[in-house]
Design a protein around this ligand. Structure first.
Ligand code: TSJ
Length: 656
């Protein structure tokens, strides 16, 4: 008869099919949204918001407004073109009705295909509809307002033309829905903070899109943890810097500090136009790596081909650069992937036409073609970046090299621990002059180089809480010694036994016998050497000692200036000059060549008395530097070793 009848017929016929489709969603919701717990509940919001983001990515909207309304209702709107309201040939239904009532082939968590972002067809909107007690959509298109309502997936009105849109509403889509408590039995209460995290992330991943989240719920509709907030509680997210802003954000919220000023950013599109890749990265002084990867704005928590391509390529480009510019010498081993990623914060975002998600949780990208796009992007651009930014390159390689050394040391420590050996002995070393207290809060051990200094220290100490361990025996043969010689070294073993913690894998900080470990050595080349050796040893085999701030360097004076009956001590050349200037004339100056030149009283007064001494707490940085020095000292090449010793000997840094 008329067109209308035709449409109705088509409507009836299709409705059966539609109902079947959405019934399947209600029967097995987990197949489509992962779970019916809080995760699945929040997923409903993401599904709707994703559709608005697609409109933004297509370039037709720049504002998305998400609201939590009373009664566990969610409101999402955008200022885009509006879901098309025209009747489709195939179904005889308005496109917007199809969006909400026809199940797209293959659920998100079902087998087979997967959601493809940027599609023309609100994939997932029908799933949200099926799992809602009710859902309403409003479309404003060409000045006209359209409306349709659904209940548990079924249209309860046709698409209504409601006439001219209100003032100011020129275009866009609004969706309101209420999750069905019959499906979400555990809870239908949204957590603002959970939505916020995801929406902020989406704002980062889609540069320039403005996303607003507002809580308009009365307290009784909010979760326990969000009771006290003023309403409306609102946040707006919009980042022109996109993934670079994401990296900046992560690094400012971390406790670690960035080690170079700029976020490194690359982007590329595949030649066939089917995919794009974007990467932002910046190193921090943390020991952890933080790589977040996304495919079509979905967080791929299990990584996949894009992340693999990135890692492979970063390791390669860093090693190639290091070889080319002689940062790694011929005999040096390559930096490992872990080495070049230590402290790295990185966002990898790829977009592809046919994303393939794999694994138990469907959170791993499987598309093999993306791996080569990402790896060539990283290789070319990172090589150029390093060449154009040598200062940043230097900083990054310093970090990677120290990571490499630390890992090598850890490996050796493990080998050592497996071998056990002398460490099993529990006796205290014979030369240790122990203190009376066993309270690590107050105890200190002075590790002293040389017998005569050891004698002065024993005489000068407060035996209640200060222990003295003189080191004896010959120095390591720096020509040949490697670390495996170090730990069977007669000089170091007494230290290990006195401290009581064990080393390497067996290290146990709770067994530490002294709260402060104070290295007291002469201000000369030999003293510098023993400090380096001990610090390196602690760093490599007892790292928590350094990290937890237990290790100190005693600061004995370099000069004694006497005027009349008064003595003045200077700990550096400038300080000496200052004292001399203040005293004017008629003073006597003595340079201490070694600790042994001080008697017990002087040593106590200047270096050991907690009331008057100055000590330097060893930072991890100091230990890393010592480790570096040590590596050079223990190496096979004579030249750098000599240079290093001379340079260090001159430095008033921790050589004082
Ligand atoms: F999820 C959803 F479907 F319910 C939904 C879709 C929810 C929200 C808040 C917004 C949207 C949405 C869809 N916003 N904008 C669009 N755009 C389209 O659907 C659209 C418009 C025009 C054309 C065209 O080719 O002219 C194509 C599309 C896909």
């Amino acid at each position: 008869m008329t067109d209308m009848t035709k449409a109705e017929k088509a409507y009836d016929g299709d409705q059966i099919q539609v109902l079947e489709g959405l019934e399947a969603v209600r029967k097995r919701p987990g197949m489509y949204i992962g779970s019916t717990g809080p995760r699945g509940l929040h997923h409903l919001v993401y599904e709707i918001v994703d559709n608005a983001i697609d409109e933004a990515l297509a370039g037709f909207c720049d504002k998305i407004d998400v609201r939590l309304l009373p009664g566990n209702v969610v409101y999402v709107s955008d200022n885009g073109r509006g879901i098309p309201v025209g009747v489709q040939h195939k179904t005889g239904l308005p496109a917007v009705t199809v969006v909400f009532t026809i199940l797209h082939a293959g659920g998100k968590f079902g087998g087979g295909s997967y959601k493809v972002s940027g599609g023309l067809h609100g994939v997932g909107a029908s799933v949200v509809n099926a799992l809602s007690t009710w859902l309403e959509v409003e479309v404003v298109s060409e000045g006209t307002l359209y409306f349709q309502r659904f209940e548990r997936g079924k249209a309860v009105t046709e698409l209504e033309n409601r006439g001219p849109a209100p003032e100011g509403r020129t275009r866009g889509t609004v969706v309101r829905f209420q999750a069905d408590p019959e499906i979400f039995k555990e809870t239908t209460v949204y957590e603002y903070d959970v939505l916020q995290k995801r929406l902020r992330e989406q704002a980062f991943l889609n540069a320039g899109v403005n996303i607003q989240l507002t809580d308009q719920r009365p307290p009784e509709d909010r979760p326990e943890s969000e009771q006290d907030r003023e309403i409306p509680y609102a946040n707006t997210y919009c980042y022109e810097g996109g993934v670079s802003s994401f990296v900046e954000y992560i690094n400012t919220t971390k406790s670690a500090d960035v080690i170079h000023p700029d976020v490194i950013h690359f982007a590329a599109a595949a030649e066939d136009g089917n995919s794009t890749a974007e990467i932002a990265m910046q190193y921090t002084d943390s020991y952890q790596e933080q790589i977040l990867s996304f495919a079509n704005n979905i967080h791929t928590t299990d990584g996949g081909t894009h992340e693999d391509g990135f890692k492979r390529s970063l390791t390669r480009v860093m090693n190639d650069y290091a070889r080319k510019y002689n940062i790694l010498k011929e005999n040096d081993k390559n930096l490992s992937g872990e080495d070049v990623r230590e402290g790295l914060t990185c966002i990898i975002s790829v977009k592809l036409k046919e994303a393939q998600f794999e694994g138990q949780t469907k959170a791993k990208l499987g598309n093999t073609e993306i791996s080569s796009l990402v790896s060539s992007l990283v290789y070319k651009n990172m090589m150029t970046y390093l060449e154009e930014n040598p200062a940043t390159a230097r900083t990054i390689f310093d970090k990677a090299l120290s990571a490499s050394r630390a890992r090598e040391a850890a490996r050796k420590a493990r080998d050592l621990a497996r071998r056990k050996n002398a460490l099993e002995s529990t006796t205290l070393p014979g030369k240790l002059a122990d203190c009376q207290s066993r309270d690590v809060e107050e105890t200190e051990i002075y590790i002293v180089e040389g017998d005569s200094a050891g004698g002065s220290a024993k005489g000068g100490r407060d035996r209640k809480f200060q222990a003295i361990l003189p080191l004896w025996g010959k120095m390591l043969n720096v020509e040949k010694a490697r670390l495996d010689k170090v730990y069977s070294n007669e000089k170091l073993m007494p230290v290990v036994m006195a401290l009581g913690t064990g080393i390497g894998e067996d290290f146990d900080l709770s067994k530490l016998r002294y709260g402060k470990i104070i290295i007291m050595a002469d201000a000369d080349v030999d003293g510098s050497h023993i400090r380096t050796l001990l610090l390196t040893f602690f760093f490599r085999f007892m790292r928590p000692l350094v990290e937890e701030g237990h290790v100190y360097l005693a600061q004995p004076p370099l000069f004694r200036i006497t005027k009349g009956k008064r003595h003045y001590y200077a700990f550096s050349d400038p300080q000496r000059d200052q004292i001399m200037a203040e005293l004017g004339s008629g003073y006597e100056i003595q340079r201490y060549k070694g600790l042994g030149e001080m008697d017990s009283e002087q040593l106590w007064e200047t270096t050991m008395n907690p009331e008057t001494r100055t000590m330097r707490r060893v930072e991890v940085e100091d230990a890393i530097e010592a480790d570096e020095v040590f590596t050079v000292l223990m190496g096979d090449k004579v030249e750098p070793r000599r240079d290093f010793i001379m340079k260090r000997a001159k430095e008033a840094n921790w050589d004082v």
